[in-house]
Design a protein around this ligand. Structure first.
Ligand code: ATP
Ligand code: MG
Length: 594
């Protein structure tokens, strides 16, 4: 399953390959824990996980790692995975995000257990747990200001100071908390705090806030509540309520685990879940923080959350990335305990692998120059068989029209070629893919010295692309018939950031790549481009993988987004460090050179 897992390192980009294909990789540390728990009969061998997004932004590829892990661990163990929104902060949450998150999880190929769940479903029960804490002397209403609470928390070196309100009686606390809920106090006047230990070495245990007063409309509970629970309390108890056996989260929550356990134990919650932390996914040349992604959107650096340059699931989808490639990528990255940055080339590699297997080939020319076939009659035309996908015989063949006037890529002709340029030049013979061998007989230039037209003669014996005498040519060019080709808009994307670690030396916006999108309106594509529907993925031979844009594509005026070029930087990196590049991929490369 995993070819290159545990890409952990010391914060720099990782290129380390995994075990050779065919060897069974060891279970990661989380799967090892789960297997041991099942073997020991814990929770009667049942496994329940959850994916717990906060609905305050779109999901990104980092979330995908968490999704693949949570749903994967559940599925592998015959268990269940819930989708639970952590909607405890009404200030930043929106219904738009709730819907996009569900759509993205589904698109990635996962099915959550039962209906979608929300922490807000449990507001009543959470409130009851809070009263239990108060009754047990484990929580108190504090009337210090937020500022004072902060000032008395202490530092890593010095203990905090106990609040003068810490020793209120149970009765007084219950009364005040109920009145907080009833809306008797203005925002910020009181909070409910856990009564743990103001001198704890772990700052999270210094009487953390459990509830605060906020008069905000909640997207689901409306104005029912004016007090809202804090994340740590709500999350731990929501896990318990749902019977989550393994609560998988990212490393920044490691120091919160004692509080997580405390909340469950001291609230006398019946079910005791276990929190396990793993490292966040970081990817080079991009940012994966909702705060930063929101800035890119709201300040107009991209066209929206689904801009094809965004590392969001919606962006990757619009870019043409197949969900299977994202799953494969996340599995290969694996789970580990140390934070690291994964090379974006590893994601691109998974994308190419998947698309090489699955996308039909078409021919299209991005920067056309006319190629006139002198010995082909003016008004004749012909159709040639072209293979749809050399990787997939079942994909069959299609008909490509041929005529006297063709278009080829401007860069495929040189008047005066340097050594190792094997494409078209005066006197040189090349293959036109699926068509004929042609020999260049001349060319014309316009007043500016730009090549206007290239001329050639075809070998009629070579129809289909092979000479009967078996003579070889060194280059195969893609082409379209000028009169049949469909004009198209093609968007060529590059990385959104110019540097490997955006924001490492200051403002991340300064690292934006000014050339991350080029729009080409000169492209001409073979007629079968008309059969594409928005979201369909293809390979344009020699140019890369493209998707018909989900917003703007129309059969008569195609709009194609380039997902990735064919050049595989990961394969080169893998070669350098001695990792096996998969056989499938080498086949793709061979294909390209022909
Ligand atoms: P961000 O930092 O991007 O705002 P977040 O952690 O606040 O993300 P949540 O909606 O709270 O976003 O995340 C939902 C789940 O996804 C959490 O369990 C979180 O740990 C996990 N997650 C978020 N980002 C990553 C990441 N980069 N790699 C792995 N898991 C992640
Ligand atoms: Mg969060």
């Amino acid at each position: 399953m995993n070819e290159a897992r545990s890409m952990e390192g010391d914060g720099d980009t990782i290129h380390r390959p995994g075990p050779a294909p065919g060897t069974d990789p060891p279970l990661d540390f989380i799967r090892t824990i789960v297997a041991a728990d099942r073997a020991a009969g814990k929770h009667d061998g049942r496994v329940g996980t959850r994916f717990p997004p906060e609905p305050n932004g779109f999901l990104h590829v980092g979330h995908a790692k968490s999704i693949v892990l949570n749903f994967g661990v559940a599925a592998e163990n015959g268990g269940t995975c819930n989708l639970r929104y952590d909607d405890t902060n009404p200030a930043k949450e929106e219904t738009l995000y709730v819907e996009s998150i569900a759509a993205d999880v589904r698109w990635l190929g996962y099915h959550w257990e039962g209906p979608r769940k929300f922490a807000s479903d449990y507001f009543d029960r959470l409130y009851e747990f809070a009263e239990t804490l108060i009754r047990r002397g484990r929580a108190y209403v504090d009337s210090l200001s937020a500022e004072e609470v902060r000032a008395t928390r202490g530092t890593l070196e010095t203990p905090g100071t106990e609040s003068p309100y810490r020793n209120r009686t149970v009765e007084e606390n219950l009364d005040l908390f109920r009145r907080m809920r009833a809306g008797e106090f203005p925002d910020g006047t009181h909070v409910l705090r856990a009564r743990i230990d103001m001198s704890s070495g772990n700052l999270n245990l210094r009487d953390p806030t459990l509830y605060r007063i906020r008069r905000l409309r909640h997207h689901r509970t409306g104005d029912d509540w004016c007090i809202y629970p804090m994340y740590d309390f709500a999350h731990a108890l929501s896990d318990s309520i749902e019977g989550i056996t393994h609560s998988l989260c990212t490393l920044e929550f490691e120091d919160h685990r004692p509080l997580y356990d405390w909340c469950v134990a001291e609230s006398r919650a019946e079910f005791v879940p276990r929190q396990i932390e793993f490292s966040r996914l970081n990817v080079s040349y991009t940012v994966l923080s909702k705060r930063r992604l929101l800035r890119l959107v709201s300040e107009g650096h991209v066209s929206g959350w689904d801009d094809p340059r965004m590392p969001t699931i919606a962006g990757l989808r619009r870019r043409g990335v197949p969900p299977a490639a994202i799953r494969t990528f996340c599995e290969r990255v694996g789970v580990a305990k140390r934070d690291s940055t994964v090379d974006i080339a590893l994601l691109e590699h998974a994308v190419r692998e998947e698309l090489n297997r699955t996308s039909p080939r078409l021919m299209g020319v991005l920067d056309p120059v006319r190629l006139v076939v002198e010995n082909y009659p003016e008004n004749a035309e012909d159709t040639l068989d072209a293979v749809n996908n050399p990787e997939d015989p079942a994909a069959g063949a299609r008909q490509v029209p041929f005529s006297r006037e063709l278009l080829i890529e401007r860069a495929d002709f040189m008047e005066d070629p340097p050594r190792k340029f094997y494409r078209l030049s005066p006197g040189r013979e090349v293959r036109l893919r699926y068509a004929y061998l042609v020999t260049c007989t001349g060319f014309t230039k316009d007043a500016d010295g730009r090549v206007q037209e290239v001329r050639c003669r075809l070998d009629p014996e070579s129809r289909g692309g092979d000479a009967p005498d078996g003579r070889r040519v060194r280059a195969t060019l893609h082409w379209v018939s000028a009169r049949h080709a469909v004009p198209a808009t093609v968007r060529l994307y590059d990385r959104l950031f110019r540097v490997e670690h955006p924001g490492r030396d200051g403002d991340f916006l300064k690292d934006l790549n000014p050339d991350s999108m080029r729009v080409n309106s000169d492209a001409r594509i073979e007629p079968s481009v008309r059969d594409l529907s928005p979201g369909d993925r293809i390979q344009l031979e020699r140019l890369g993988y493209f998707v018909a844009d989900s917003g703007d594509h129309q059969p008569e005026s195609p709009v194609l987004n380039r997902t990735v070029s064919l050049r595989d930087t990961w394969a080169r990196i893998a070669k350098r460090v001695g990792a096996p590049a998969s056989g499938r991929h080498r086949a793709g490369a061979r294909n390209r050179r022909r």
